[in-house]
Write a protein that binds this ligand. Structure first.
Ligand SMILES: C[S@@+](CC[C@H](N)C(=O)[O-])C[C@H]1O[C@@H](n2cnc3c(N)ncnc32)[C@H](O)[C@@H]1O
Length: 369
């Protein structure tokens, strides 16, 4: 990706004012980076996700998988169908999409099931939980021909869902705490205002013991890293709370989440000394969350070990973990293989790897276009 033009800073002044005020009202004149990121992205009037009708997509700042191709939603739909089959096709099966963006994935899933698996389509209840009011309005418009319902988190009661909670690029949009190792101690990175009215980072004691507990959970001993002084990264505590909430609401079924990220040992690695935080503005990536405030997206990669461990503690069983590319490739191969067989109307003695190769280029076409 090209380097961004960081010279034109068009921060949202109203949002900056609100953040400065939040800082000045806090006892130590500093807020955690997580608080800062939450305001920048989700302040209900001025946050990035509140003010940008076209932030996802070709005209926006970044593209997500459903924006590349219908295959993504269609293969997920096949996956949900398989879950329904495993449960022996119950009369109630709920799909809960969390953080649905522009509603494109929902449209792909519902459109495909309506065309190809009407029995399942007529069974499912499709719910969306969406934090951004602007995106929620766009979803409602896009999906007005389907029976979709919108819920807030606390409107879904304990043990009420049989089906699947799923998300694409939700967890990397949660706000994260930033930390640095100083004098052999984990210290938190806070945001404060300097005398010129700019936001600057300072370090202090961690704001919550949950940050230290997190590393016990994922079994990472940061202080054993070579040359650890100055090592920085992020901790996504919201992701742990999220797993607890899902487990509480799920009576029977699955949680499926797709995101950028790694297992903990790769995430917290001595060579990745600056963490994984990234910002996106008009398809350019940069690593300055204090630039173009409220006009660019901020994300941090997901530590899948943390999701797995917290899920297990909360009563979920880990079924699997794979790369998105492999999931899609396998799904496309399977789907096109059956399509090919039915077109030919006979059982063919085909070399699987040949189909695999052919399908691979197919995928590249659909995904790299
Ligand atoms: C990076 S976008 C991904 C959108 C969509 N899933 C896609 O693939 O295009 C993140 C989405 O999660 C939503 N979101 C973030 N935090 C949320 C939360 N706590 N609850 C519900 N939605 C949330 C955002 O408003 C946005 O719709």
């Amino acid at each position: 990706m090209n380097q961004p033009q960081l010279t034109i800073n068009n921060s949202n002044e109203n949002l900056c004012e609100i953040i400065h005020q939040r800082i000045s009202e806090s006892p130590k004149k500093q807020i955690t980076f997580a608080e800062y990121m939450d305001l920048v992205l989700y302040h209900p009037q001025h946050g990035y996700y509140a003010t940008h009708p076209v932030n996802i997509g070709k005209q926006g700042d970044f593209l997500t998988s459903p924006h590349w191709s219908n295959d993504f939603g269609e293969l997920l739909a096949e996956q949900f169908l398989q879950m329904w089959d495993i449960f022996q096709r119950p009369n109630n099966f709920t799909l809960v999409e969390m953080g649905a963006g522009k509603g494109i994935l929902a449209e792909q899933i519902l459109g495909y099931l309506q065309q190809t698996h009407l029995d399942f389509f007529q069974t499912i209840e499709y719910l969306i939980i969406e934090k951004s009011e602007v995106l929620k309005a766009e979803q409602k418009q896009r999906l007005n021909s389907y029976q979709v319902k919108w819920f807030e988190w606390d409107e879904i009661s304990h043990n009420s869902i049989t089906g699947c909670f799923f998300s694409n690029e939700l967890v990397d949009a949660f706000s994260v705490h930033k930390f640095i190792i100083e004098n052999e101690e984990i210290r938190e990175i806070y945001v404060t205002s300097d005398s010129d009215g700019k936001f600057v980072e300072i370090t202090d004691k961690i704001s919550t013991p949950e940050i230290a507990e997190y590393f016990k959970l994922v079994d990472i001993d940061l202080l054993s890293f070579p040359n650890v002084e100055g090592y920085q990264s992020e901790v996504n505590l919201q992701a742990l709370d999220w797993m607890k909430i899902l487990s509480d609401k799920l009576l029977k079924g699955y949680v499926l989440t797709i995101d950028y990220g790694y297992q903990a040992a790769r995430y917290y690695n001595p060579v990745r000394r600056e963490g994984t935080l990234q910002c996106y503005y008009q398809h350019h990536r940069n690593n300055d969350p204090y630039w173009n405030i409220g006009r660019q997206d901020i994300t941090a990669h997901v530590d899948f070990t943390a999701l797995e461990k917290q899920g297990n503690l909360s009563g979920l069983e880990t079924l699997g973990f794979t790369q998105q590319g492999l999931f899609l490739r396998r799904g496309l191969v399977q789907r096109n293989f059956f399509l090919f067989l039915s077109l030919k109307g006979e059982v063919l003695n085909l070399n699987f790897s040949v189909i695999w190769k052919a399908m691979e280029s197919n995928i590249y076409r659909s995904f790299k276009k």
